[in-house]
Write a protein that binds this ligand. Structure first.
Ligand SMILES: [Zn+2]
Length: 253
């Protein structure tokens, strides 16, 4: 029983505990190239959040990891079989209820531990922050926390070398043999500005990728996954610790 994982702990332990920070992992259920499981984003957030919380807990941070929300915004993958979609307004409603509970119970800091690129939090946090002024709400993208170029050769953002390496390390039994991996080739928008990042439209996934991957996974290894996992969890655990101990009325120097 890990005391910082809500799904594992119990009333006997909790009735006399006060937590400083709740961590809410939020993933997605969607195709990940041919070879990775639909739960890839959930597996990543489960393992990374738990390990980061363990390191922070051992340093004295009172953190509690809530169960992972397994569905994310998949509006751009509506024609990919059994990619599950939660609309942003549904995400807002779920988060609102969770924050109401935390507010009532006196846990005044929440980190949304985001694991899926389609989940966007800023506008939701702005609105809920106004509604619940006592609660400090923030989100992180673990996949942006360390410079991935130090660990991986090929760029990508979905079922790529990074995600394949992580799954080879965390859940090798759920990764198909290498012969089955697609090349994750992405078709770029004909209008160049979209590749420059200053204009955005949702990518229609079935039109930009044959195998649903974006980024070539071929150079992925378990060893790369392990090194990257350690770097990300080390950095994330620092964040957990710092938010736990921070005075949210006195954040700025
Ligand atoms: Zn993913």
């Amino acid at each position: 029983m890990r005391p910082y994982i809500l799904a594992e702990t119990n009333w006997k332990a909790l009735k006399n505990t006060e937590f400083e920070l709740a961590i809410l992992p939020w993933g997605a259920t969607e195709a990940h190239n041919y070879h990775l499981p639909y739960a890839t984003d959930n597996i990543e957030s489960d393992y990374i959040a738990a390990e980061s919380a363990k390191i922070a807990w051992n340093k004295g941070a009172k953190v509690i990891v809530l169960p992972t929300i397994p569905f994310g915004v998949n509006t751009g993958q509506s024609d990919i079989y059994l990619d599950m979609n939660l609309n942003p307004s549904t995400q807002f409603a779920i988060l609102s209820d969770i924050i109401e509970t935390l507010n009532r119970q006196g846990v005044y800091k929440l980190l949304i531990f985001n694991s899926h690129g389609g989940n966007n939090w800023k506008s939701i946090i702005r609105e809920l922050g106004l509604k619940y002024p006592n609660i400090f709400i923030c989100f992180s993208n673990w996949f942006q926390s360390v410079d991935r170029n130090k660990y991986f050769e090929n760029p990508g953002d979905h079922a790529d070398e990074m995600e394949t390496s992580l799954l080879l390390y965390l859940k090798p039994d759920l990764v198909l043999p290498k012969e089955e991996w697609g090349d994750g080739k992405e078709r770029k928008n004909r209008i160049k500005a979209f590749s420059e990042g200053w204009v955005w439209t949702e990518r229609k996934w079935s039109q930009i990728s044959e195998d649903t991957g974006v980024g070539n996974p071929k150079a992925a290894t378990k060893e790369k996954g392990e090194k990257y996992f350690k770097a990300v969890t080390e950095k994330m655990s620092n964040l957990f610790y710092e938010i736990s101990k921070a005075d949210i009325q006195n954040l700025y120097k």
